[in-house]
Design a protein around this ligand. Structure first.
Ligand code: 9WO
Length: 231
């Protein structure tokens, strides 16, 4: 069973996020447990302060290190990266992280525990990334208002790769990225919709021809939208 713990100042953001589709089924099958925790519950001052002003000046506020270290200590049993048990990962979602890939998600799916730290405000005290985090991960080159949407993306990509999480109707190996290309185009009925025809070959039942069409269509799509994947 993979245990996923999310550290956030907005735990309610995740309230219904895991009640749908593959994640819901994986939870029901005890393949994964997911829990969001309020960072403020690891503060010790009267006002439950999680942020403070940046050293060196500048706009906005920075998430303080103490509550984050305390949260990871209570959730993963360690206060330093070196003390984190094998199979546990402490992940900081950040635009400065390494880009999330299918291979990183597959790695996460094999772990015993994922602790996901969601940043807010202008950023997170760098001592978290330096001394506590095992993986700093970005979901793409854009700025979000916080790490929460990125945590959802990481969890979704990860949970569906836990053996048994996908139904027999879908196999993770026949999908986008497993062969380094984008997925081929899909069609269903009707064969003609507002004058737009489904490619004739898909209606013929010639499986070898269909496989060839799909391979070529996937290549064409990849060349147009993601030429970087072909190099
Ligand atoms: C903003 C910014 C703008 C220009 C160059 C670098 C920059 N970094 C940031 C930044 O770190 N903003 C964060 C916004 C502050 C903490 C909350 N935010 C955020 C974005 N958390 N997580 C993301 C994110 C984005 C993409 N993938 C994973 C996480």
């Amino acid at each position: 069973m993979l245990r996923v713990d999310i550290i956030t100042i907005f735990p309610d953001y995740f309230r219904e996020a895991f009640d749908y589709g593959i994640i819901r089924r994986a939870r029901a099958a005890n393949l994964v447990s997911v829990q969001a925790h309020d960072l403020r519950s690891w503060t010790s001052d009267k006002h439950h302060m999680v942020d403070d002003r940046p050293f060196g000046g500048g706009d906005g506020m920075v998430l303080k290190p103490e509550p984050i270290f305390a949260a990871v200590e209570s959730l993963a049993g360690a206060r330093r990266r070196e003390e984190i048990a094998t199979g546990k990962r402490v992940v900081l979602l950040s635009p400065q992280g390494q880009p999330l890939t299918q291979s990183i998600a597959a790695d996460f799916a094999k772990s015993a525990q994922l602790v996901l730290i969601c940043g807010r405000y202008e950023g997170v005290d760098e001592r978290v990334a330096d001394a506590l985090v095992t993986d700093e991960v970005s979901i793409g080159d854009y700025v979000l208002s916080g790490g929460e949407p990125a945590a959802l993306v990481v969890i979704d990509a990860t949970v569906r790769l836990i053996p048994g999480a996908l139904g027999s109707e879908t196999s993770a190996t026949t999908e986008s990225f497993s062969d380094g290309l984008l997925d081929y185009p899909h069609y269903t009925r009707p064969p003609v919709f507002e004058g737009m025809r489904v490619p004739e070959v898909l209606l013929t039942g010639h499986h070898a021809e269909i496989a060839r069409w799909r391979r070529e269509a996937a290549q064409a799509k990849t060349r147009r939208n993601r030429p970087d994947l072909l190099k």
